[in-house]
Design a protein around this ligand. Structure first.
Ligand SMILES: Cc1cc2nc3c(=O)[nH]c(=O)nc-3n(C[C@H](O)[C@H](O)[C@H](O)COP(=O)(O)O)c2cc1C
Length: 191
C-alpha cells in the first residue's frame, strides 16, 4: 500500500516537472520578443491592402505600400495583358521610393495579389531593390482561386528565412481577420 502511494506521489511529481518544463519551453511570440515588423505590399484593386491592414492591426508593425510610378491600365483586360507581358519578360516596373529603412526591421511581411500564378511585378521590383538577406520573410497573397504562389519571392530572396505564408481569396478579404489572426498565432508572430 505504502509503495503504491509513494509511486503515485513520484508519478505526479514527474508530471508536474514535465508540465513546468513545457511551459518554460514555450517560446515567446516574436511580437513579445520585441522584433521589429514591416508589412510591405502592393495592391492593384485594394484586396491585398485590406489584408495588409489586418496584419498591421494584429502585429502593430509598420506598413509600407509599394506604388508604381506609371499606373497600370484601369480596365481589367488591359492590366491582365500588361501583367502577362511583364511577367513573361521578368520586367521590373519603376516603383516610388519608400522611406522605410529595411535594416530597421527583423521581420518583413511581403504581400501581393496573385498575378499569373506568381507575385505582381511591382513586388518583384521591391524585392530586387531591397536586400532582405538575413531577414525573416512572411509572404501573404490575395487571389481569385490560385492560392499562395510565393515561389518567386523565395527565388528572389535566397538568403532569407521563410515562415509559412497565408492566402486569402480576394472575395473574402472583408471577413478574413480571424483567419489572419489564427495564422499569425500558428507561426508564433503574436500570442
Ligand atoms: C493582372 C492580374 C492577374 C491575375 N492573375 C491571377 C491568377 O493567376 N490567379 C488568381 O487566382 N487570381 C488572379 N488574379 C486575381 C487577383 O489575384 C485577385 O483579384 C486579387 O485579390 C487582387 O488583389 P488586389 O486587389 O490587392 O490587387 C489576377 C488579377 C489581375 C489584375
Amino acid at each position: 500500500m505504502k509503495i503504491r502511494h509513494s509511486l503515485l506521489l513520484l508519478l505526479s511529481a514527474m508530471l508536474m516537472i514535465g508540465c513546468n518544463t513545457n511551459a518554460q519551453n514555450k517560446e515567446k511570440s516574436m511580437k513579445a520578443q520585441g522584433k521589429k515588423i514591416l508589412i510591405a505590399y502592393y495592391s492593384y484593386s485594394g484586396n491585398t491592402k485590406v489584408v495588409a491592414n489586418q496584419i498591421k492591426e494584429l502585429t502593430g508593425g509598420d506598413i509600407c505600400e509599394i506604388k508604381v510610378v506609371k499606373p497600370y491600365p484601369t480596365d481589367y483586360n488591359g492590366v491582365v495583358n500588361q501583367a502577362k507581358d511583364e511577367i513573361d519578360k521578368g520586367y521590373e516596373p519603376e516603383i516610388t521610393t519608400t522611406k522605410v529603412n529595411i535594416d530597421d526591421y527583423d521581420i518583413i511581411f511581403v504581400g501581393s495579389p496573385c498575378w499569373w500564378y506568381t507575385i505582381a511585378s511591382p513586388v518583384r521590383t521591391f524585392l530586387k531593390q531591397n536586400n532582405l538577406k538575413g531577414k525573416i520573410i512572411i509572404p501573404f497573397m490575395t487571389h481569385g482561386g490560385s492560392g499562395l504562389k510565393d515561389q518567386d519571392i523565395k527565388k528572389l530572396c535566397p538568403n532569407s528565412t521563410f515562415l509559412d505564408g497565408v492566402e486569402v481569396s480576394g472575395s473574402s478579404v472583408n471577413t478574413s481577420k480571424p483567419k489572419v489572426e489564427k495564422w499569425l498565432k500558428k507561426i508564433n508572430v503574436i500570442d
